[in-house]
Design a binder for this molecule. Sequence first.
Ligand SMILES: [Zn+2]
Length: 299
Amino acid sequence: MAKLPKIAAAVLILHGLAQAPAGTQEHWETPSGPIDPAAHTTLMKTGNVNFVKRHGQEYRIVHSKGQTPSLIVMQCADSRDDLVTQAELPPGYVFAMGTNAGNIINPKETSLLANVAYHLKHLKGKNRAYVVMGHYGCGGIKGLDELEHLEPEIADHLRLALPAKEFVEGQLRNRKLNVSVETRHRMIVEANVLAQIKNLMSIKQVRSAVESKQLAVMPVISDINTGELHFGLPTLQQHGMLETAKVQFGIQKWLLNQHRLQDQQQARIQQQPKRTQRERLAQVLPKESRRTNGFRRNR
Ligand SMILES: [Zn+2]
């Protein structure tokens, strides 16, 4: 990576290819060939016709009632992970806090503050929770090891995730642990979710809502190799670093109750027979839409 031009390094890293052998030009040359937006239009039109056939009724019902999203999510800009798609959540259920490389929460960012304020004050979803979702294979997190080769705009943004890398490296040193490159990466991805929850909790309205038990905060990890979601931080937990991380980022008291609830919920799920997707969605959609055929069967 060190010998690549800045732009090449940025493209490689942010596409999750930072581990690719240096010098394999096909990974970082500017794509050539004619621009053909009509091809995208065709693809989108065809997909949308099918989508409206399957889900149009579901959307009409949600639209008629107005949105009352229960979840608000910050996730990475990576094109391979998306909470709504991976958890098969219905329309109207998830409001976007933001999307950026490394799922970074910058408490000084106007658009993020506006989304949070709007959600808290004007949207009345029940059982509200803020999800901070990181993902394995994150190019933004890999970029923390290559900041000096990145454009200033990208490096300035990613620096807000540096506390996660510093925490993991300190822990590996103190515990004299030798782990693989992949395990180290997963640890930083997970620690970064906690670091960003710390940033989230620095927003006064959010902290106040959590402390008055009107809002929960939840770490979620997406595995882009399988599409699986982890509702916890398995790599930090496996290496005995999870509680230390929560203390390091000063968020243990806010996550304590949440984890207890998740454990109880997980135990209940494991005791129950497997339900169909229709039965599962029936719990979150209003009664009217349960009578329709509008569930997302084919996503
Ligand atoms: Zn990412």
